[in-house]
Design a protein around this ligand. Structure first.
Ligand code: 5GP
Ligand code: ZN
Length: 116
């Protein structure tokens, strides 16, 4: 099969261990790793292992969505002071570039005010 997500998708490849990442959390449902181009002192991506395109597909599994939020909060508590911004860019106009759903955890200090 030449069209598996595992071959095409950068985050599936990170999950498969084919691309290295600086992992900060891993469990049976999600992994979390440092963003390659950090936009805050703490910038971690929380990524469900199962390939889903965006938060609308993640919302089909409320338990997994809730777990993603809990892991995000845990990362912010472990690596920052517990305060964090959680961003799901959804669609090209919103800046989504990797179409495997991921929560940006931005933390580690007073965050800049941008579009929100
Ligand atoms: P998006 O723009 O889709 O919301 O976010 C994608 C994020 O993934 C970007 O912040 C980008 O820096 C990050 N990213 C893209 N490729 C890689 C990679 O191979 N490794 C890591 N650690 N981050 C990546
Ligand atoms: Zn994927």
């Amino acid at each position: 099969d030449t069209d598996r997500h595992e071959d095409q998708c950068v985050f599936c490849r990170i999950i498969a261990g084919e691309i290295p990442s600086e992992q900060v959390h891993a469990d049976e449902k999600v992994i979390a790793f440092a963003d390659l181009h950090p936009q805050a002192p703490v910038h971690v991506l929380v990524v469900p292992r199962e390939h889903r395109r965006d938060i609308t597909e993640l919302a089909d599994d409320p338990e997994l969505l809730a777990h993603t939020a809990r892991v995000a909060a845990q990362v912010a508590a472990d690596r920052g002071n517990g305060d964090f911004r959680l961003v799901f860019n959804t669609g090209p106009d919103a800046g989504q570039t990797v179409f495997h759903v991921h929560a940006h955890v931005l933390a580690g200090g007073k965050l800049a005010e941008g579009e929100l």
